[in-house]
Design a protein around this ligand. Structure first.
Ligand code: AMP
Length: 214
């Protein structure tokens, strides 16, 4: 299944994408994770991306399009993938259509996780990520097993762009650049809206239903 996962920052895309991928047996392709890995590795691309990420702006289209094209051509994505955080602009969506068409593939569903703005800042500022596993927790909604430690005792990190002023800029970027994609996919009959407010398990169930799995 070829899936796109959309929603504002803090909607729970990463958490739900991890669950969906485990259930469907397909890889999660997160441009945010790929960019953070490049930044951590100190590559040229990572340094360039950091200039944008640290202030909550979108990285230039050509950078992320190249990353995604390479990633979904890998053997483990042959049976499908969940794109998490891509596309984020109409230009990225058009490139994705071209890349898929050239490979004789097409998207099956575009899931939009909807969460009201007022919940987003609370969600993002409570978010913690396991240092080794990348497992995402929330101090209130999905608490880690130990104070400040994840499963196996791994350290928990807070994303540097999860500070409130950066979050506000990310929301502004979403409204300006990414929200127009909703119409783009709705007119193509691909859009599935899912309420992103509620218990994690209930949202996962709703998601699976929206893509015709549960
Ligand atoms: P995320 O982990 O999806 O919230 O992404 C974190 C940051 O990485 C974003 O605020 C952007 O700066 C950058 N980023 C991730 N995906 C994209 C994309 N598809 N297009 C442009 N920038 C992106």
């Amino acid at each position: 299944m070829d899936l796109v996962f959309m929603g504002p920052p803090g909607a729970g895309k990463g958490t739900q994408a991890q669950r969906l991928c485990a259930r469907l047996g397909v890889p999660q392709v997160s441009t945010g994770d790929m960019l953070r890995a490049a930044r951590k590795a100190g590559t040229e691309l990572g340094r360039k991306a950091d200039e944008y990420m640290s202030t909550g702006r979108l990285v230039p289209d050509e950078v992320v399009i190249g990353l995604v094209a390479e990633r979904i051509a890998q053997p483990d994505a042959r049976g499908g993938y969940v794109l998490d955080g891509f596309p984020r602009t109409v230009a990225q969506a058009e490139s994705l259509d071209r890349i898929l068409a050239a490979a004789g593939r097409q998207l099956d569903h575009v899931v939009l996780l909807e969460v009201p703005d007022e919940l987003i800042v609370e969600r993002i500022t409570g978010r913690r990520t396991g240092e080794t596993t990348g497992r995402i927790y929330h101090i209130k909604y999905d608490p880690p097993p130990f104070p400040n430690r994840g499963e196996g005792g791994e350290r928990l990190l807070t994303r540097s762009d999860d500070r409130e002023e950066v979050v506000r800029q990310r929301l502004a970027e979403y409204a300006a650049m990414t929200a127009p994609l909703v119409a783009y996919y709705a007119t193509r009959g691909l859009l599935r809206r899912v309420d992103g407010v509620g218990a994690l398990d209930d949202i996962t169930t709703a998601l699976l239903r929206a893509i015709g799995v549960a």
